[in-house]
Design a protein around this ligand. Structure first.
Ligand SMILES: NC(=O)c1ccc[n+]([C@@H]2O[C@H](COP(=O)([O-])OP(=O)(O)OC[C@H]3O[C@@H](n4cnc5c(N)ncnc54)[C@H](OP(=O)(O)O)[C@@H]3O)[C@@H](O)[C@H]2O)c1
Length: 267
């Protein structure tokens, strides 16, 4: 999809990957709406990108329910939805509070599913749209200290694959982003502060399977994926085989279902 003049909604855009995607898409001529909880940081991103800033906690079910209508009332129909907001909650599972568990699942999985569910009918009606779900290599790799996070990312990756099957024949594209540690970000710093996770990550790096991904590299790849209708962003490239293995069974199902009309009228 050509980004010039399109309206892009980016969640979790007050810093890190979301802010970087918002800036890169604004540079391609898109109109941007940014969402996060921190009003001041969001206002700075909005000032740099000309974006509309909406302060919202996506773990609040009432806020989530009204968010898309609020965005579209302020800034018009959404052409590209970037479900980026996320939290890692790295640490020992037994040290997590019930609230941390709930918020991790609500933000990383429930919020993107809900926003996707709500944005699709309008995209179909207008004849086009693109949904980017920012998942993680944690969705296929098993590292200590990120069990709940991994479950949400695995869920988001698989959800996106199933969504493609549901959207077959409709003019809405999807991209799932499966990325390892991205530097510099607050989330990378928070994950690597937990020794079991850091040791596991460093082992994968020593084995040559992983390397840190630069923020600009990821951002460029996401923009390109939307512009060229690519279903996957996988970084670092050297981890391709690891992510391709679980993807193989998804693709096999998709191939086996070729010719089966999957289309359910949206709305
Ligand atoms: N960084 C990495 O190494 C890495 C690797 C793989 C995947 N990812 C994924 O990439 C995405 C972005 O990560 P990041 O590194 O940019 O993280 P980050 O720097 O911690 O930023 C997270 C963003 O989400 C927002 N957010 C957090 N809680 C929220 C809530 N309850 N409601 C609304 N917004 C909320 C934050 O803003 P406020 O605090 O202002 O709300 C912030 O804008 C996440 O989905 C993450 O899982 C990151």
């Amino acid at each position: 999809m050509e980004l010039e003049g399109r309206h892009v909604l980016v969640t979790g855009a007050s810093r890190g990957i979301g802010a970087s995607i918002a800036e890169a898409m604004a540079a391609r001529g898109a109109r941007i709406t940014v969402v996060a909880r921190s009003g001041d940081a969001l206002a700075e991103v909005a000032a740099r990108t000309g974006a509309v800033a909406i302060t919202a906690d996506l773990t609040d079910p009432e806020v989530l329910e009204g968010l898309l209508a609020r965005v579209e009332a302020e800034a018009g129909p959404v052409d590209v939805l970037v479900n980026n907001a996320g939290v890692d909650s790295t640490g020992s599972l037994t040290a997590m509070t019930p609230d941390q568990v709930r918020r991790t699942i609500d933000l990383n999985l429930t919020a993107p599913v809900e926003l996707t569910r709500r944005v699709i009918p309008g995209m179909v009606e207008r004849g086009g749209g693109h949904i980017v779900n920012v998942s993680s290599l944690a969705g296929y790799g098993c590292l200590p200290g990120i069990g709940v996070y991994s479950a949400t990312k695995s869920g988001l990756t698989h959800f996106t694959a199933a969504l493609r099957a549901e959207l077959r024949g409709l003019p809405v594209r999807t991209t799932v982003v499966e990325v390892g540690i991205v530097q510099p970000t607050d989330m990378a710093a928070s994950g690597l502060a937990y020794p079991p996770f850091r040791d596991a990550w460093n082992r994968l790096k020593r084995l040559g399977i992983m390397r840190d991904v630069r923020l600009e590299q990821l951002t460029r790849a996401v923009v390109r994926a939307v512009e060229r209708d690519r279903r996957h962003v996988r970084l670092p490239r050297r981890a391709f085989t690891l992510s391709a293995l679980p993807e193989a069974s998804r693709r096999t199902t998709e191939w086996l279902l070729t010719g089966v009309a999957p289309r359910v009228p949206p709305g």
